[in-house]
Write a protein that binds this ligand. Sequence first.
Ligand SMILES: NC(=O)c1ccc[n+]([C@@H]2O[C@H](COP(=O)([O-])OP(=O)(O)OC[C@H]3O[C@@H](n4cnc5c(N)ncnc54)[C@H](O)[C@@H]3O)[C@@H](O)[C@H]2O)c1
Length: 369
Amino acid sequence: MSAQGSPRAGINGREPSARSALFSATASYRIAAIKSHSQQPEAPISAPILITGVAGFIGHAVAAALLSNGREVIGLDNLNAYYDPALKQARLARLREHEKFAFHRLDLTDEPGMQALFGAHEFRQVVHLAAQAGVRYSIEAPGQYLSSNIAGLTVLLECCVRHGARHLLYASSSSVYGDTEQTPFSENDAADRPRNVYAATKRAGELLAYAYARIHGLPSTGMRYFTVYGPWGRPDMAAMAFAKDLLAGRPLKVFGDGRQRRAFTYIGDVVRGTLAVLERGAPARQPPAALYNLGSDQDVELLEFIRMLAGEMGRECKVEFRPEPPGEMRATLPGMLAMRRDFGFAPQVGLKDGLSQFVRWHREYYGWE
Ligand SMILES: NC(=O)c1ccc[n+]([C@@H]2O[C@H](COP(=O)([O-])OP(=O)(O)OC[C@H]3O[C@@H](n4cnc5c(N)ncnc54)[C@H](O)[C@@H]3O)[C@@H](O)[C@H]2O)c1
């Protein structure tokens, strides 16, 4: 225990200073907090919860669910143009309908801005969903991934430590499993052979969170989400990209042979699982860092997914095969034992129902018949 409260080498390798003394103090406070919270469901908390990436696909859905449950939510996002910012603004507009929602346009790497935000609020829970996502773009623009997913995460971890957050729940990804043929994936797998830069930064994020749990006693839970789809989805992902081409009557571009398997996971299940973990509170183990898979326990081939989507949309579909880019995974399927064991959680929404919800939203949002 005492080793966790005393970062001997100081922050960033410097000698212990006034700043690291502050961290020591917050770390010992936190260890006391862990003892009283471990393995017990988190008592109802009235303090605001911080959600990063709140204008994003998952962030907006988690925020909406928490607001509906009466929680006060403070959201941050840099509203970057990786995909259509109008969609991010439309998600924010929905959240702004709740009076207990406040938004800050802020970049994770803006350290003074982040410290000021944490200084102004007593965040006990932080849900970190901001990231540079996307596998293919990480081949083109690796610097964005290093900046948001590693440098930005480190700023957030420092803020959580300095301001005494009790539980950081953050998004990781199924991509961390990388070069393996063995499914379903288990949280105990080594996950040390990433197939692309995105995966490498997500795995680095998990390792950083572990190090902060070890050094400062900062409790964290990493959620390894699997290919999420549903209403208000991300335009660079399969469901949205294919829906756009189906509407335009264009052939769908399939990279590789289309036989790759994915555990497409409905956004509602992702939100339910995330809230279940949040409600239970910080992990009980020492150091207090945990990882969970969260995804559908049924995978399908990409071509089958396309066939079902086209059927739901009532459109003819033509497929154009393209060479498989480097970095793609052949199959992703989560082992869900840990989520079941620790939270009694299992995904509930099958692909047919999930796609029908997605298409209903898509039709309304983009206004097609
Ligand atoms: N959607 C999926 O299938 C999936 C699967 C596995 C993991 N994840 C992870 O879940 C999280 C949420 O993903 P999503 O699908 O909602 O993505 P998203 O791109 O829709 O949302 C991320 C949000 O973060 C914001 N953001 C990015 N960099 C930022 C920065 N430096 N500072 C502040 N804001 C920043 C973006 O503007 C965006 O609104 C990410 O960490 C992602 O890696 C998603």
